[in-house]
Design a protein around this ligand. Sequence first.
Ligand SMILES: *Cc1c(COP(=O)(O)O)cnc(C)c1O
Length: 388
Amino acid sequence: MNRIYLDYNATTPLSPEVKEFYIQELERYANGSSLHEDGRLVARHIEKARQQVAGLIHAEPGEIFFTSGGSESNNTVFNTMAQLGRQRKRNVIVTTAVEHPCVLEASKRLAGQFGMEVIYLPVDEYGVVKSRDFDAAMEKQPLLVSVMTANNEIGTVQDIPELCRKAHAAGALFHTDAVQAAGKIPVDMKGWDVDYATFSAHKIYGPKGIGALFVKKGVPVEPLIRGGHQEHGVRAGTYNGPAIAGYGFAAERAAAELDQYGSHTSVLRNRLRAGLLERIPGIKINGHPEKILPNTLNVSFPGAEGEAILLHLDMLGVDASTGSACASASLDPSHVLLATGLGPELAHGSIRFSFGKYNTAEEVDYILEYFPPVIEKLRKMSTVSYRE
Ligand SMILES: *Cc1c(COP(=O)(O)O)cnc(C)c1O
């Protein structure tokens, strides 16, 4: 049997269609800013990609700025706040305890180097921002509120339109990291009315190293990378034409396949969830029961240790993950699971299975056959006693 990839929230493969298109585009080496015909052709492909990405998230093409990915887009927004805070005489940034590390680190820098106050909102047991804490934070008249649309580790989806409305009522700008949401659930820049949003291609079957920042028309944005006039001066650097074109193509496919994606991945995710609950006593499912991405399943296995589970899954030929890919090099328990109130021991024994377009029911059934005995074995070996 081939390896079973269940780590789509970490990254996705290029879909075969995108791969074929991307390889063609690699032949177009001209600089997209050059005025000759070859350059103009690359520029046209970039503008087409801008329309395709805008289409996926219901934005205007002029509101899309290409970046190197989600991390850069998030950093661009937080970097903008360093300047804007002085202008607007606002000093408070509100975000959550469960954001991606790039948001947490970028906000830490605002506190450390620019003396801003950063409030990390707590979440409930499902990972949802608590409205009472949110409302209290709005009374501090923040400059920026940044809440991710969907969490990469547990899949919980926040009520972005409602949070954005409240942030605007407090005179704040609103940003959402929507990297995990795009292509999985409907994302609607116009309807949500957010000021900034972050996207990445390699989570939607596009190339790595390319992403987008949505900036609502008229909202200020400061370049993180200065130089040439690319992207209206918002992001300097020679266009990665092939990656941008490939991203556009992937975005168009994701928009066309959205419903199919949701039903395919949720059926498989639910099959694994039900099968694990039936076969392994005492497990805990993390994340919100309904407000959750269709493809994400995060499970705690009391009495077993996450790294050991991962290793055994690896030997079974299954790629899964503990927490986020970015944090898994460290042995610290997931900050997301801790924020949902899980104790360090349970947080340590948690695995994220994230599904994608290419998973099958046979793969789920293979896991359900061979994985439960692994947990049983690990529980027997564990120094922490586990009793059913
Ligand atoms: C993957 C991810 C990012 C980082 O995107 P890159 O393009 O890899 O920099 C940011 N936020 C979330 C929620 C992610 O899942």
